[in-house]
Design a protein around this ligand. Structure first.
Ligand code: ARG
Length: 575
């Protein structure tokens, strides 16, 4: 067992082993481990093994539970065990053991979170916008959710490669080329390049809807580009550079960094090889001039891998991308973060990758679309609320809040604080809900100081830090590390139990690709902290108790700070 194993890990190992031994069973006879309880009346952890084993052992569950309690050799850290209901075994942890565990995680730079990913590489493909189009709000979820997953995996010790798979190739460039040559306003391009590119694209797209020859022209320019025409290539590169410049401004604001910016075009040379492999394995066949993979057997529609005009498809590029990533990085898994509309695409190419023997562990993390009350988002029609605008609005609204709550703060500081709060609020709205649910964004919720929001958690953190600072002013000489933690009060105990579950929350968020598990944990933690704060004296407590409480307070601050950092949310020291 690892050094800083949680009570859950230690208990599960113990109950599993003991059950198996006492009843001469295989350890895989059922789920014999423990789970955290939701109500402290029922102990800290519960074991449901008695119900799992009733049938195999032909014994009533309560009897099994009783036998277990009577015969097991109980570890030191358990205070007591009780049987409840049909045969639940409720387990209570000793206060001294809780205190000891808190002290040990405080010393650990990962706060007790195991380095489970050591030596393993994970590629996370996220954000991945399309060039020559501004990033709009629909991209925010991929960027924010993907980045949180990225941070969580890094914290678990994985070697993470964050890869921005830009949509820098495809039929839209035909329309871009002809549109650019006819409609571009050089002045506007210099002023606001990507906005102008978007305007050009929308104009060209609209024209293509009515004008057949325009469509043909666009197709011709696209083919020229694909064949390496120098003039078109230069123009295309310009679109990419201008776009990346603008994306990077957004990424900087969001605190998001990529290790790679490999767009689809990076894999162009490999595409014929993929087609060849598909043909050699007998996986692809001609259909109306196109080349398709029939996936009927797998319960999916056909997947086109080469169009009748010779162009390759999204799936073909993604297959080449897997091949390239496997060869270059040998990742343990590749995670893709996109909206729900791409589910079929990923299922299809994952299946084909399997048939090609690529032997890759591929995961699609999808999320529902975000709704704003004002509008829904469509990229094509030009009717979009832009991400940069949304971030500006968030900062502005946060600034009003800061000005109202801290009027005496210097203006520069107010602005900086508002930035952290505004950006945090946007991110947290996204991260605090199950990614697969439909998110309706409202400013009231995002900036609610009382509810489950970033400002609430940031405020909780600042308040906790200030308690510690006050203590330090009053007792500058005391080294808290020399003072022991004592769990006395019931609420103190609840807080200690919760702090001990940080590691489980991080692991669950990672393995389910759901940062909201961590967000929920942090919200619950700060709620428990807040009743701790309201119900027991800190600075006014007597010596010893005071130091212990301040130490618990400091650990809570560390866990909140680290947890919010894993969600990409900053924690200013004062709010
Ligand atoms: N560029 C695509 C889009 O904006 C997302 C790409 C996701 N990654 C991938 N490997 N297919 O919809």
């Amino acid at each position: 067992m690892r050094e800083l194993a949680t009570f859950e890990e230690r208990l599960s190992a113990w109950t599993t082993e003991t059950m198996a031994e006492l009843f001469s069973l295989d350890e895989t006879a059922g789920n014999l481990g423990v789970t955290p309880t939701n109500n402290e009346k029922f102990g800290d952890y519960q074991c449901n093994a008695a119900m799992e084993l009733a049938r195999t052992l032909k014994t009533a569950p309560r009897q099994i539970a009783q036998d277990f309690i009577d015969k097991a050799i109980v570890p030191e850290f358990i205070e007591k065990m009780e049987i409840a209901g049909p045969g639940f075994i409720n387990i209570f942890i000793r206060n001294a053991a809780l205190a000891e565990y808190l002290e040990s995680i405080e010393q650990d730079e990962h706060l007790g979170v195991p380095q489970a990913g050591e030596g393993k590489t994970v590629i996370i493909d996220y954000s991945s916008p399309n060039v020559a189009k501004p990033m709009h709000i629909g991209h925010i979820r991929s960027t924010v959710i993907g980045n949180a997953i990225d941070r969580i995996y890094r914290f678990l010790g994985y070697h993470v490669i964050a890869d921005n798979h830009l949509g820098d190739w495809g039929t839209q460039f035909g329309l871009m080329m002809v549109g650019f040559r006819s409609f571009v306003d050089k002045h506007a391009l210099a002023e606001a390049p990507v906005e102008e590119l978007e305007r050009v694209y929308v104009a060209s797209y609209n024209k293509s809807k009515e004008d057949e020859s325009w469509r043909e022209e666009a197709k011709k320019e696209l083919v020229k580009l694909q064949q390496g025409d120098e003039e078109n290539l230069a123009l295309w590169k310009q679109f990419i550079e201008l776009s990346i410049e603008e994306f990077n401004i957004i990424y900087d604001r969001l605190g998001v960094k990529f290790d790679l910016y490999r767009g689809e075009s990076f894999y162009n040379k490999q595409l014929p090889g993929i087609i060849q492999a598909l043909e050699e394995k007998g996986l692809a066949k001609e259909s109306d001039g196109a080349l398709i993979v029939d996936l009927e057997e797998d319960g999916m529609p056909i997947c086109i891998v080469r169009k009748s005009d010779g162009g390759y498809n999204y799936a073909t590029t993604d297959l080449a991308t897997v091949q390239s990533r496997m060869a270059e990085f040998q990742p343990e898994r590749i995670v893709y973060v996109t909206d729900e509309r791409q589910q079929l695409h990923f299922k299809q190419f994952f299946t084909i990758a399997g048939k090609l023997g690529m032997n890759a562990n591929l995961v699609h993390v999808w999320f529902g679309l975000m709704r704003l009350p004002e509008a829904t988002f469509s990229t094509r029609e030009g009717n979009v609320i832009k991400l940069a605008q949304l971030l500006d609005d968030a900062e502005e609204r946060a600034l009003e809040m800061v000005k109202a709550s801290s009027p005496e703060m210097p203006a520069e500081e107010q602005k900086e604080l508002a930035r952290a709060i505004g950006i945090g609020a946007i991110k947290y709205t996204d991260l605090s809900q199950n990614p697969q649910s439909l998110v309706t964004f409202t400013w009231e919720k995002a900036l609610n100081m009382e509810g489950n929001s970033a400002p609430y958690l940031q405020y909780a953190f600042a308040r906790i830090s200030s308690v510690y600072d006050k203590y330090h002013v009053l007792y500058p000489e005391t080294d808290l590390s020399d003072c022991s933690i004592n769990i006395e009060h019931e609420i103190e105990r609840r807080l200690a139990i919760k702090l001990g579950r940080f590691s489980a929350a991080v692991i669950a968020a990672a393995s389910n690709y759901r940062p909201n598990i961590l967000a929920d944990y942090l919200y619950e933690l700060s709620q428990i902290y807040s009743s701790f704060y309201q119900n027991v004296p800190f600075l006014k407590a007597e010596e010893g108790t005071r130091e212990s409480r301040i130490r618990i307070c400091r650990i809570t601050a560390s866990v909140l700070k680290q947890g919010l950092n894993l969600l990409g949310i900053e924690t200013p020291d004062r709010i």
